[in-house]
Write a protein of this length. Structure first.
Length: 135
């Protein structure tokens, strides 16, 4: 059963389901956000095409982020150091820590992202527009 805008209902999404946002060579699929979680967290998949850049280095003032690599190898910037995170890797990035991610390989890569607390999805329309304007 799939319910929108109700954080007390069960939410079940099949593979590939969710709200999609296309950001250049990245695709985000939001599985649950503030509407479903009472603003406690947002969960999304981020898929990167081979040899593609990510969002660019940034930080969040009040939000922790968790990344879990679903497929491939993702390069993740934490502070000023890049690491190669293979499938199954778990990375927690505390608030106020500069970070980025990209795919330096010849294969598609994906991460599951937990944004705590929720609300990141509010930025997605402007992020999509930025990528459309900067092709």
């Amino acid at each position: 059963m799939k319910h929108k805008d109700n954080h007390t209902d069960v939410l079940i999404l099949k593979k590939g389901e969710g709200r999609e946002y296309h950001c250049g060579t990245m695709k985000a699929i939001f599985k649950a956000d503030e509407n479903e979680t009472n603003e406690k967290y947002s969960i999304s998949e981020w898929w990167l095409e081979p040899n593609s850049e990510g969002p660019g280095a940034h930080q969040h003032k009040e939000n922790d982020e968790v990344f879990y690599v679903l497929e491939g190898t993702v390069s993740i910037l934490i502070g000023d150091k890049w690491i190669a995170a293979d499938k199954g890797s778990f990375i927690r990035i505390p608030a106020k820590t500069s970070h980025d991610f990209k795919n330096n390989t010849d294969h598609r890569a994906g991460v599951l992202n937990f944004f705590i607390p929720g609300g990141f999805e509010r930025n997605m329309p402007s992020i999509v527009k930025w990528f459309e304007d900067h092709k």
